[in-house]
Write a protein that binds this ligand. Structure first.
Ligand code: NAD
Length: 488
């Protein structure tokens, strides 16, 4: 049997825009290059949508909405389940595609395919459980019937760091709820989204329900859509600054929005923590996705009594990792997405060192092609440096120490972000006390991993608005409608 190669899967994937069920070039025939982060070399060219193309995509979504909303829930569920099954049958192909354009190791890409597919299955199961309520009004003169219906055409804007899971987490509930959509993937990783759209079409999704417009002209393409009254919902995953900008634009039409924005996760290790578990959890929370995850541990707060031992063990584990192209089976850690991101991480580390932080390992850029950054551990990081304020998005652990619970919580909450916090302690009361006081939407309690289709994913403060997944994830795509029925 011939083994499939990245070139095979890249050769097969559609490179156009998907509008009303047809793949087509951009209106002005423009294209842009997708690059391999492990080499910096271009992989292929993809159509670069214009504002006119985006308008055509919204036309298609709007035209398909009424008919799609009338499709029985069981049918919508079956499409999602079939798409889930197809993804699992093609884990290898999708993993190669993700690794080719995003860089992470094939093992991590395989895990992302399973994780992303899980959202399609989960929301397929939710599609047939959309219900309403019925009750007698307070004064008995009316009946209160509450039903739910799809919000309508949605704009889904996704980042590059999880090119399959991020669109799947939005497309799944939108399909389940009966919404049509226009998807704008990140320009670094349009191929996986195109392949996912292909799988959904193969699974039976009708033409026009899902339209895809990759583009390098994001603002010019999405801003007119946000002003168009036919668009009923924006779901965005990306950085907090772009989220703020989109919220301001969405205000013009009082558009419903869901925002999954940046994070600055604290990772707290108490004096009584199981250090083996804490180091394992730190490796996952810090290095999953090469540190390019909104839920990546950003600031390590370690009790002074165990800080040296924790740092020594974490440093040893980090030093044992192999940096290399994601396609190499020996690779633990792939490259960062691009040179801009690599320079940003190097800048944050340089700034921390200038402020007095000590390098325990890493911090030296490797020679050669690709956007590699070594696993890095810093200690003695002052609390008011850029590296503790900003999202690192790279494999750098910045360690600070604390002596009291209050001090740890104050430091952990001292950020505009509030997506996730990690907490390691063996004391049940302390675990509950501290979890309650962490200003984050999610807490990993003795666990370095919180992502799960059955759980509500999302943040407090400037990490976002709304939740994806869990029992309430579908609500983001549904309107409630109340009928007052006169009984007098
Ligand atoms: P980004 O904000 O630069 O881009 C995200 C998306 O928005 C891309 O598709 C991009 O093309 C588009 N975009 C950029 N400027 C735009 C504009 N003016 N108008 C319309 N669209 C625009 O973020 P990124 O670098 O692609 O992704 C990394 C960020 O995403 C990090 O901050 C990370 O924390 C965040 N993220 C959050 C979650 C979450 O669930 N909270 C998950 C993954 C990533």
């Amino acid at each position: 049997m011939k083994t499939i190669t990245p070139d095979d899967v890249i050769g097969r994937v559609e490179k156009g825009l998907l509008i009303a069920g047809r793949w087509r070039p951009a209106a002005d025939d423009a294209t842009f290059a997708v690059h391999d982060p492990a080499t910096g070399r271009p992989l292929c060219e993809v159509a670069d949508a214009t504002p006119a193309d985006a308008a055509a995509a919204l036309d298609a979504a709007h035209a398909a909405q009424a008919e799609w909303a009338a499709v029985p829930p069981r049918r919508r569920a079956e499409i999602l389940r079939r798409a889930h099954d197809l993804l699992l049958e093609r884990v290898e192909e999708f993993a190669l595609l993700i690794t080719a354009e995003m860089g992470k190791s094939l093992d991590e890409s395989r895990a992302e395919v399973r994780y992303g597919a899980g959202y399609l299955r989960w929301f397929g199961e939710e599609a047939v459980r959309i219900d309403g309520t019925w009750k007698v009004s307070e004064d008995g003169t009316a009946r209160v019937l509450v039903t739910r219906q799809p919000v309508g055409p949605c704009l889904l804007i996704t980042p590059w760091n999880a090119p399959l899971a991020m669109p799947a987490r939005k497309i799944g509930p939108a399909v389940a709820a009966g919404c049509t959509m226009v998807v704008k993937p990140a320009p670094q990783t349009p191929l996986t989204t195109a392949a996912l759209a292909g799988v959904l079409a193969e699974a039976g999704l009708p033409d026009g329900v899902l339209n895809v417009v990759p583009t390098t002209r994001a603002a010019a393409v999405t801003e007119p859509l946000l002003r168009d009254g036919r668009l009923r919902k924006l779901s965005f995953t990306g950085s907090t600054p772009v989220g703020r900008l989109l919220l301001a634009q969405a205000a013009g039409t009082v558009l419903r929005t869901s925002m999954e924005l940046g994070g600055n996760a604290p990772f707290i290790v108490c004096e009584d923590a199981d250090l083996d578990a804490a180091v394992d959890g730190a490796m996952t929370a810090k290095l999953r996705n090469i540190g390019e995850a909104c839920i990546a541990a950003n600031r390590f707060h370690v009790h002074a009594g165990v800080a040296e031992e924790f740092t020594r063990r974490l440093t040893a584990r980090m030093e044992a990792l192999t940096l290399g192209p994601g396609t190499d089976p020996a690779t633990d850690l792939g490259p960062l997405i691009d040179e801009r991101q690599r320079r940003r991480v190097a800048g944050l580390v340089g700034d921390a060192i200038a402020a007095g932080a000590r390098v325990r390992t890493g911090a030296v850029l490797p020679d050669g092609p690709g956007y590699f950054y070594p696993p890095t551990v810093l200690t003695g990081v002052p609390s008011d440096t850029r590296i503790t304020r900003e999202e690192i998005f790279g494999p750098v652990a910045a360690i600070q120490t604390f002596t009291t619970e209050d001090e740890a919580l104050r430091a952990a909450n001292d950020t505009e972000f509030g997506l996730v916090g990690y907490l390691y302690t063996r004391d049940v009361n302390r675990a509950l006390r501290m979890s309650e006081r962490l200003e984050t939407g999610m807490v990993g309690l003795n666990r370095g991993y919180v992502s799960d289709p059955s759980a509500p994913f999302g943040g407090m403060k400037q990490s976002g608005i709304g939740r994806e997944g869990g029992n309430t994830g579908i609500d983001e795509y549904l309107e409630q409608k109340y009928l007052a029925i006169d009984m007098a």
